[in-house]
Design a protein around this ligand. Structure first.
Ligand SMILES: Cc1cc2nc3c(=O)[nH]c(=O)nc-3n(C[C@H](O)[C@H](O)[C@H](O)COP(=O)(O)O)c2cc1C
Length: 420
């Protein structure tokens, strides 16, 4: 057993290549990327983060413009309680994104949607219920519950006809989080079909505090595996975070993991949703260029490139158009931070806000360059063009490298494989 292809992930009647491409919100893990994973026999994720926005961009709908028009009167108001999502439109946008993706699916793999609880959207329960149900209605193969404890999430869909047939999984970063989830969901008489265990080296938001560096993925996986065995629970485990080579993956698979979830290597894929110039920033990054900070208004630490234009950018909150981080009372930590700076600099045309960022607008505009810890190794996975820029890769090249590589080798693209 020395390459990933020697293993298989079994989920119900499906037998899959044990490579899962993780969800990367606001359309960084595009339909095109997820479709490649499925075509090649693995699992791909799309994300439902800011799905009306994504639908506008991809399918030429006008959901954001219409929401802004409806709430324009509130733009100057600090209180955003009124700025509610229309649940029918949220369902429509989700169905469009998921439905179109599923229609295009080829191959034996699966496509899941990454569904973050921390997108509280001014009505946490109601909006999450609609997002999950609409994805199931549109034929998604599975839902990965992310960024939150999701203690009530199974209950929100337990009466859906696909509740037992769709694959449902959760991302946790500790045994404690998994225990809580299982305890709270026990009433629905349904175990998760898989558990992604995300360690401290992942991209996006982290399920750790600022002491993330003291944790280690192997240790957390071993702890969870031992506890599940003692409880006689058989749930496939999928480690994630810092698995950079096929051999890193084999280390986990040989120790009982069912699959691995990976993302950072795919941020420089042609099919990834980041703009090409941003992909070059990921390639160029050195280890010192990457930090974990507290600027996300979700309250979770987030890893990103230090030169992300979002950092310090004091733009006016855009909750009437977006508003995905508004909590149940219409608050977002960025609004307070922004107002504080405006009050401290009367008359200033533009303020700087360093402690929080307007996550919606910045992610929507690809100005917040979240990334995994090993982003600084991406430059070793490709070739350079004569002008010094790095060649983008195809998702298939990266997927196959994970699948077939041995001895920690990373296959460089032959020129024809490098996307133009
Ligand atoms: C650019 C980027 C964006 C991400 N966005 C999300 C997200 O929206 N939701 C989520 O659950 N995880 C997100 N992640 C985490 C990945 O899905 C994945 O679990 C993790 O990054 C795997 O580790 P790796 O990047 O070291 O391979 C993101 C990761 C990256 C690199």
């Amino acid at each position: 057993m020395n390459c990933v292809d020697d293993f298989r992930l079994r989920l119900g009647q499906h037998e899959l290549v044990p490579i899962v491409i993780g969800g990367m919100g606001v359309d960084i893990s595009t339909a095109e990327l997820a479709l490649e994973a499925a075509r090649l026999g693995g699992v791909g994720h799309i994300s439902d983060a800011m799905v009306p926005t994504v639908s506008d961009r991809r399918y030429k709908t006008h959901f954001v413009k219409e929401k802004l028009k409806q709430y324009k009167y509130n733009v100057a108001n600090d209180d955003k309680k009124d700025v509610q999502f229309d649940l029918a439109i949220l369902a429509e946008a989700t169905q469009l994104h998921v439905g179109r993706t599923m229609e295009a699916k080829r191959g034996s793999g699966l496509i899941f949607v990454n569904c973050m609880e921390k997108l509280t959207m001014n009505a946490p329960k109601e909006t999450l219920r609609v997002r999950m149900r609409a994805a199931l209605d549109a034929g998604i193969d599975g839902i990965t519950l992310a960024a939150g404890l999701h203690l009530g999430s199974f209950a929100l869909i337990e009466d859906h006809p696909r509740f037992r047939d769709a694959k449902l999984g959760i991302i946790v970063s500790s045994l404690r989080a998994l225990q809580l989830f299982l305890k709270k969901s026990a009433r629905t008489q349904r175990l998760p079909d898989y558990v992604v265990i995300e360690g401290p080296l992942a991209g996006g938001h982290l399920g750790f505090g600022m002491d993330w560096a003291q944790y280690d993925l192997h240790t957390i996986v071993a702890e969870i595996r031992a506890w599940l065995a003692a409880e006689q629970l058989d749930i496939p485990l999928i480690p994630a975070g810092g698995i950079f080579t096929g051999s890193d993956a084999v280390d986990f698979l040989a120790n009982g993991a069912a699959a691995v979830q990976v993302a950072t290597r795919f941020t420089v894929a042609k099919e990834c949703g980041l703009p090409d110039d941003v992909k070059q920033e990921y390639y160029k990054a050195s280890e010192e260029d990457i930090e974990v900070n507290g600027i996300s208004p979700t309250g979770y630490p987030m890893r990103m490139l230090k030169n992300s234009p979002a950092i310090g950018d004091g733009i006016r909150p855009n909750c009437e158009a977006y508003g995905y981080i508004l909590d149940a009372n219409g608050n977002c930590q960025y609004i307070q931070a922004y107002n504080r700076e405006v009050a401290a600099h009367p008359g200033a045309k533009k303020v700087k806000v360093w402690d929080k960022t307007c996550l919606c607008t910045q992610m929507r505009n690809f100005e917040l360059w979240t990334c995994g810890h090993y982003t600084y190794r991406l430059k070793d996975t490709t070739r350079r063009h004569a002008d010094g820029s790095y060649a983008l890769l195809t998702a298939a090249h990266i997927f196959d490298d994970y699948r077939f590589s041995k001895d920690n080798a990373i296959a460089l693209p032959v020129v024809a494989e490098a996307a133009p």
